[in-house]
Design a protein around this ligand. Structure first.
Ligand code: FES
Length: 570
């Protein structure tokens, strides 16, 4: 087949001369004739510690590409360190996707290996690849090894939340809390809980964009490098076969991703990411599909934050394929993977080696565990809750709202001893949606009031138009759409209004009539937040970001532009 890179390198004219001459780097003539040019889109960065080891992984990918006759070309792309970038990595996901998309299109490349790990990196890379639509395959960076503190395993993220709540509740000293810090991150790799990074790697594999059996391999495991080398070889094959994202990603692929998301008890963040990736491919996926397909799927994985184990245990127990084998009948048998074979083909021999980590379908850790989509007069466009991470006694609840207009307002008041709050109160945090923050930060799992923690309260109903960390837990209604800043009813309620939550009935309501709600204006803080002039990316983002129910992508980035570049550079 005609290589895309021939548009740059083939021929005897001045432009082809220029493109070749600056790329010779000592390579022979045949590097430009008939050999696929494979980019390695690398999110390695010292400021993304979860991905820093991807420079080593890239070397193995390069070896595989060369072995198969391709030319490897490392392409550093925008990287997002979840714990470092402010105000939230999600503000930059679409920028990372847009920049990667443009660089993949602008350069003389025929295919790409995508190296990601930390939360936003795999979603951004897949969004980019879907819009350029050149052959693309992911190598996930893998989770870190399990760290321990005083003989007890530490789940990164989850145990930070748990230990800091213990300090606030007076059951752990601050000195002991700080002592655990150097034990939290034991090795290279991303968070080792079933947080967003683990979830997105596993979901990307279920989607078909990773070689089956690779996702979840720990970052320091030699088998990751082996998989990287084999994936490098595969990338060359993909070009020869013309296997682009649009040729094998279908509604069925997303169906399988949603089944996997539910069975692993994955992060709610996967919802916005999958919606955004589907939007790039022109596949009609809605939040209701997550409830329809996933909510009756049993939870088969006992990993933090919903359970006890960590990703190293998950990989040892058989990984994603062992999980999917148990729900094989729920999968789309025709959905293909990047290898050209259906996902279900890989499930014949995929046992669970440890039933305490990956259970049989007949003895699940929880029945009906997928993400539930709620609607009501508080969330006409929908809201999510992850029942597996919630307290069963709060899944049907009625209580008075305690409203916070921003995360700063929340921090300023939540531990006030005079705060009028009980365990029945419903904590409401608004101004945290895609437009309002901006960037939809992970703040929905609000810490509980100190005085209630001291009384032994460990969960309350919380409602927010933002997201929550995949490593977090609690009865949290999140991604409320439309967000308060976009004029949603969440911006109209007041402290003391009664809120009712009914997860089984899929309802979230404020006990006000349409007339009462209609008579109210938005809170002053919502209006003030938008008085700020913005520039640069923030301005572009706020002007174009869509709501959470469609994946919080920018409106002009939906769909694909393909790989064609119509004009020369000289
Ligand atoms: Fe990178 Fe958790 S901070 S995956």
């Amino acid at each position: 087949m005609e290589l895309r890179s021939n548009q740059w390198y083939a021929g005897d004219d001045r432009n082809a001369y220029i493109h070749r001459a600056w790329m010779r780097r000592g390579v022979p003539d045949d590097a430009f004739t008939g050999r696929p040019q494979i980019a390695i889109a690398n999110t390695a960065s010292d400021l993304t510690p979860c991905n820093a080891h991807l420079t080593t992984v890239a070397q193995s990918v390069k070896n595989g590409i060369l072995e198969a006759g391709g030319i490897p070309l490392e392409l550093p792309v925008v990287s997002l360190g979840e714990t470092q970038v402010r105000p939230t990595a999600m503000l930059w996901r679409n920028m990372a996707a847009m920049a990667t998309e443009e660089m993949l299109r602008a350069n003389p490349i025929d295919g790409v290996v995508l190296l990601g790990g930390c939360d936003k990196t795999i979603p951004a890379l897949l969004m980019a690849a879907a819009s350029v639509d050149i052959p693309a395959v992911v190598v996930p960076g893998g989770p870190m090894l399990t760290g321990t503190f005083r003989g007890v395993a530490l789940g990164c993220g989850t145990d930070v939340w748990r230990l800091s709540e213990e300090v606030r509740g007076g059951t752990l000293s601050e000195a002991d809390f700080l002592r655990s810090e150097s034990s939290m991150i034991r090795s290279a790799g991303h968070c080792n809980t079933m947080g967003t990074a683990s979830t997105m790697a596993l979901v990307a594999e279920a989607l078909g964009t990773i070689v089956p059996g690779v996702a979840g391999t720990p970052a320091p495991d030699a088998r990751l490098l082996e998989a990287a080398q084999l994936t490098g070889r595969l990338a060359v094959e993909l070009v020869a076969q013309g296997r682009r994202p649009s040729t094998f990603l279908t509604e069925g692929s997303f169906h399988n991703a949603i089944v996997a998301l539910a069975a692993i008890g994955g992060s709610t963040n996967a919802v916005v990411h999958l919606l955004a990736i589907a939007g790039r491919l022109g596949i009609e996926l809605t939040i209701d599909d997550f409830d329809r397909i996933g909510s009756s799927v049993p939870l088969l994985v006992n990993l933090q934050p919903a359970g006890t184990h960590l990703m190293e245990d998950f990989h040892r127990a058989g990984g994603l394929l062992a999980v999917l084998r148990e729900v094989r009948d729920l999968l789309d048998p025709d959905a293909l993977t990047i290898t050209g074979r259906p996902l279900v083909d890989y499930l014949e021999v995929a046992p669970s080696w440890d039933a305490d980590v990956i259970s049989a379908r007949s003895t699940p850790f929880q029945r009906d565990a997928g993400i539930a989509v709620l609607r009501g007069n508080l969330a006409p466009g929908g809201a999510l809750i992850k029942p597996a991470a919630a307290s069963p006694h709060l899944l049907k609840h009625r209580g008075p709202a305690l409203v916070f207009d921003s995360i700063e307002d929340f921090h300023a008041r939540i531990d006030d001893p005079d705060l009028d709050v009980t365990a029945d109160s419903v904590l409401v945090l608004r101004g945290c949606g895609p437009m309002g923050y901006p960037g939809m930060p992970e703040v929905a799992n609000m810490p509980l009031p100190q005085k209630l923690l001291e009384q032994g309260v460990r969960d309350m109903v919380r409602i927010c138009d933002g997201r929550m960390s995949g490593t977090a837990y609690g009865t949290v209604v999140l991604h409320v759409t439309p967000e308060a800043a976009a004029g949603g009813p969440l911006g109209l309620i007041r402290t003391g209004d009664w809120i009712s939550l009914d997860v089984r009935g899929r309802r979230i309501d404020v006990e006000l009539t349409p007339e009462e709600l209609g008579a109210r204006g938005p809170a002053d803080a919502m209006v003030e937040a938008f008085a700020d002039p913005r520039r640069g990316w923030e301005r572009l983002y706020v002007d174009h970001v869509m709501q959470a129910d469609t994946g919080a992508d920018l409106d002009f980035l939906r769909g694909a532009s393909g790989s064609a570049v119509s004009r020369e550079s000289h």
